[in-house]
Design a protein around this ligand. Sequence first.
Ligand SMILES: [Zn+2]
Ligand SMILES: [Zn+2]
Length: 390
Amino acid sequence: MPVNNRIASFQNDMVAWRQHLHEHPELSYQEHETARFVAEKLLSFGIEVTEGIGGTGVVGVLEGNNGEGRSVGLRADMDALAIAEMNDFGYKSKKPGIMHACGHDGHTAMLLGAARYLAETRNFAGRVVFIFQPAEEMGGDDGGAARMINEGLFDRFQCDEIYGVHNWPGMEVGSFAVKAGPMMASGDGFDIAVRSNGMHAAQPQKGCDVVLTAAHIIVALQQLVARNTDPLDALVVSATQIHGGDAYNVIPNEVNIRGTVRAFSPVARANAEPCLRRIAEGICASTGAECEINYTRQYPTLVNEEASTRVAEHVGRSVFKDVNTSPPQTMIVEDFAFLLEKKPGCYAWIGNGPDDNGRILHSAWFDFNDEALPFGASYFAGLVERPVSS
Ligand SMILES: [Zn+2]
Ligand SMILES: [Zn+2]
């Protein structure tokens, strides 16, 4: 068996923790019960605990028995999403409209599993910093990672390296994927307000039609990808919200378009904002509408550092049945990218089993696969227990 035997022996406890967390999900920065649960478990393992970093963040510190060594940061996220769960099993969410649809219940449980094991054995040099982060789903400067950093995470708890994982539906349980360099995209948000005087829908000549203007803008935004970006660079522009109007016979005086821009290269990212502004403002000028644009930088690209990625790969091979070192990049963003801007480290994906029947991230039918718990916990423990020289 590739997973750590001792960790495998308390699989039932990890499953119970995971299902307890699943039943009691909490939104970003409201993870009060979750943080308490985590802190109590860490204390019961004999780990030193600091609460309230970055709102509801919890940090545990544990020294090894084998003398001086590196300080390894391990991070799990704790928040759930505003989604009404459609599953119907015993541990289904008890909170209407909130569910663990991204598997952070599993990430928290597997890091607690590693903490329990490492506290029991302490067979490592240096120390380990367990980082239970709030508000991963909020992201950006307001997200849990940035806020923990701003509140002194790395000043108060020195970390030489930092590691994290995300469960990945569509990858078999017991499989692992990692690669050096950019792995997940940057993500920025835009708000475009298109304004003019409203009018009777039957008399469009009496003003400027902001609905039609907004429609032109949404179509033209794809020019950013198709014509304004190097064809060898990846870029996604998705308009995800349109708000405006509430009658059949009135052209409203405002329409709002919101959406997201994803990129890997700094050039493509930097280029997107001025192009988006030019397109939206140019179309508004052509129809006579006013245009107000707010463009916010939200997530940096997630870039895995070379040496830490080799460590992750090496430890991954000792734990997982299958290690993929050339997984496709994804345009999904991840708050862990902020931590990787500050410290060398690596973010990896671990298999969550088939992605059929709605078992995809952020779906109302999602559920973390408990069979992945011992793999994730063993991987975390292996990162800490590896020889000092590696
Ligand atoms: Zn998510
Ligand atoms: Zn997630």
